[in-house]
Design a protein around this ligand. Sequence first.
Ligand code: FES
Length: 285
Amino acid sequence: MSEPRGQGAATRWGVIAFVVSTLGSAGFVVAYAVEASPQWQGVALSIGLAGLGAGLVAWSKGLMPQGPEVEERPDIEPSTDEERKTAAVFTRGRRSIGRRRLFGSLLVAATGAFAATILTPIRSLGPAPRDKLRSTRWGAGVRVVDERGHPVAADELDVGGVLTVFPEGAVKSADDQTVLLRVGLEEIQPPPGREDWSPEGYLAYSKICTHAGCPVGLFQTDTQVLLCPCHQATFAVLDGARSVFGPAPRPLPQLPLAIDDDGFLVAGGGFSEPPGPGRWTLGRP
Ligand code: FES
């Protein structure tokens, strides 16, 4: 007995969809491995996902009873015609099981290939940055220099002045960039343990915003805050660059300062915390 026309078409489309999905997912894995453009990766992934969805729809149409079903009440003594119908049902059942196996195999292949597309990007996760973030080039005795590499003397800035500085020998180093500013010494309310970090009113903070890493460089002297232009994170410079407004989850790391015998600014040590967005250090002490 031949299978219903609708089911036959659904079966064919389901097979095609699962095969296409498997090829699309495999294509994504290959595209990812050879670092093809994101557009190609996106196209392959879309094919994998769309094929899987279409195959599942075809599965439901091809293998699930579509109804309405009418069950005839059987006679006690089956007629010849009944016996023939029963045999036909058995035959159809055999076909259905075969089709289900085919569908099942293709579904496993398509799902497995699609799972590979999900797992493949894990390969891009490098080692956790961990202590690497702690190691900037700032350290005790390292001279503070400006963007031209000139040492910064203790009388370089007036109160209200601001300057981007780097550790000597690392001018333009992104991780080490620091904002140096000068305020009235008596105005500073240092966090505990930082009482001697700001000689003559000089304060130094990492220039990398703790929200998403934009450079923080707008110093508002009337309110004594540093502003990040990206999402308006605001840091109170007199109070350890505490985050007082906006999305930054933690203060800007502070650099302890000192003045050497020649009258130049030097670092008294490294940053108080690793510089950079807060998520880099989530869960760390
Ligand atoms: S990066 Fe500074 S507020 Fe978002």
